[in-house]
Design a protein around this ligand. Structure first.
Ligand code: DUT
Length: 259
């Protein structure tokens, strides 16, 4: 049903190194202009370097549903988000989504200012919204330990965040923003298992229950809770469907989730 579909990818492929082809084309033209023999090796190198990072990916996500994107390191999970964001242009296929995206990168960018500023990221402060977000991201406990709470300055003379605090701040920033589609790239990096479990439950499942979400995660527990799963392997769609379909169709899938 198209009216409830928030995101649709149809046979999408993409490469990061498309510039290589253009570079060789430029060399070819220059050789021609200078009367130099053409470099036949260019075709060889073009084929060698232009390896698609995503190959023939199709998926659709309905409003309010959660898609988990899993796969080992380098399989193309972040690249898929970049493509949805428009940073990576598909060489083939179609992408359709209907609006505002909120993106939480693997390493959130922190500018000098207070912790609160870093979460609001230019948006106006809404106490109820802000409190529910920082609770769900378990930042309240961290703020309580700071003399100036969330008014504490970050960077340049202020506190430095731990990896886990930075990750939760990035998640909080993304969740605070009102959007039609949320892209969360590995939001649980640097968190211990208990915190990860709690934040997944409280924030990704409960607070974001009505939101359309894509979560990059390879945790079995998360895949079980997602409405749809995309399992990538070297840029290919190894599996796309529900958890029970995954178990039935790819009983050996867990070997792809390691690393
Ligand atoms: N790649 C680039 N340029 C970029 C991002 C990625 O060339 O700006 C390449 C590196 C890699 C492939 O794309 O060979 C897939 O990387 P991606 O980061 O998408 O993989 P991942 O599944 O997100 O890996 P990880 O779990 O390590 O984040």
């Amino acid at each position: 049903n198209r009216t409830t579909t928030e995101l649709e990818l149809v046979n999408v492929s993409a490469s990061w190194d498309e510039g290589i082809g253009e570079l060789f084309e430029k060399i070819k033209q220059e050789n021609k202009a200078n009367g130099q023999p053409n470099c036949d090796a260019s075709l060889f190198f073009t084929n060698l370097y232009i390896t698609p990072v995503l190959k023939n990916i199709s998926l659709y996500l309905e409003k309010g549903k959660m898609l988990a994107v899993a796969g080992s390191t380098g399989s193309g999970k972040s690249s898929l988000l970049m493509m949805i964001l428009g940073e990576l242009v598909p060489s083939e296929g179609k992408i359709r989504h209907s609006g505002r995206i909120s993106f939480s990168p693997q390493t959130p960018w922190i500018m000098p200012g207070t912790i609160r500023d870093a979460i609001l990221f230019g948006l106006t402060y809404d106490e109820y919204r802000y409190t529910s977000v920082i609770k769900a991201c378990q930042l309240e406990e961290d703020f309580a330990l700071l003399p100036e709470k969330d008014k504490t300055l970050l960077v340049e003379g202020g506190v430095t965040l731990s990896g886990g605090q930075r990750a939760r701040l990035g998640l909080a920033r993304a969740v605070y923003k009102d959007a039609d589609l949320y892209l969360l790239d590995a939001p649980f990096t640097h968190l211990d298992i208990v915190t990860e479990k709690e934040i997944f439950e409280k924030c990704v499942c409960k607070l974001m229950a009505s939101k359309t979400r894509i979560v990059v995660t390879s945790k079995l527990e998360h895949l079980k809770r997602a409405d749809k799963i995309l399992l990538l392997h070297n840029g290919d769609c190894y599996f796309y469907g529900t958890f029970s379909e995954l178990q039935a169709q790819r009983p050996d899938f867990s070997s792809l989730l390691l690393g």
